[in-house]
Ligand binder design. Sequence first.
Ligand code: 1CP
Length: 345
Amino acid sequence: MTTEDVSQSPFLRACRGEETPRTPVWFMRQAGRSLPEYRALRADTPMLTACRTPDMIREITMQPVRRHGVDAAIFFSDIVVPLAAVGVDVDIVAGTGPVVGQPIRDMAGVEALRDLTPEDVPYITEAVGMLREELGATPLIGFAGAPFTLASYLVEGGPSRTYAKTKALMHGAPDVWHALCGRLAGITASFLKVQIDAGANAVQLFDSWAGALSAADYGMFVAPHSAAVLSAVARPGVPRIHFGVGAGHLLAAMGEVGADVVGVDWRIPLTEAAGLVGDRALQGNLDPTTLFAPEDVLAHEVRRVLAEGKAAKGHIFNLGHGVLPETDADALTKTVEYVHRFSAR
Ligand code: 1CP
């Protein structure tokens, strides 16, 4: 397959706001926990080891493409992989998520963070290259965590519900906060560039937890750093998707920091989101729990999201957040069939 075939894929066409024969679909967290073949492959391998092993990355990235027939692959990795690669003491603990040995809460901690070079992550370059060959006309989405979401793990030391320590640093020591996010923006941009240089066809910047912020705090403490990342990775033909959970009040701002496509969770209809993001395409926004509903409800909800997506300049069907681990893989396959059938033009 030539690069040209990929550039005309429904996914990349929709990202550019062009007509597509049908609405493209992929799922956040499609690679991983919900698939029995993933659990079997990962059984004896720690998460970060899997993320550093090109053959495993390639196989896990391909599993949902083969099984569900989705319109894009998401690179198997994690938002903490680049942090571990520059020496941060972080692990991914099963059932919890990222856990940081020494949380960063002062300038000395910030200054110990160095930038990432391609030599730090040879396994990323190798795996992306292998995947580009295997995927043919199916696009590969690279990704990274945005400065705020990464900072939340580094400051809290792990997952949080309130982000109290993160916000305390932001408001109590803004110089430390901006220095931290400045370094994280550099690491994130470098990590995304490695993926793009190796052949990723689009990138998604996950600011998963930005929705916890007021619009004012987002504008003052977060937007400049996300903008720095997105402008550093602006490349012709490589769309930038930007997504946060519970971020309906931030959608306009998240578009304006430099996204081509804005991801939307299920709390706000795409019709309303379309009015907030201007000329940008939208990605979303089926509630992930709909995959546990009876088939007629699932079909109805898929039709609703497709109809609402028509308000956008381009629509990529997705969930409003990641696939829940207990999801039946067949419900995902069925959703892809529904999206393709109901949107055929
Ligand atoms: O489709 C895919 O699964 C692709 C790979 C992928 C992605 C895109 C993984 C593998 N992680 C991520 C991104 C990621 N990681 C985000 C942003 C997306 C989102 O909002 O869901 C975040 C916030 C993380 C951090 C993280 N890693 C968590 C969340 C913890 C919390 O704060 O609630 C968890 C549970 C992980 C571990 C992880 N990462 C990926 C997988 C498959 C897993 C599960 C662990 C395992 O299988 O052992």
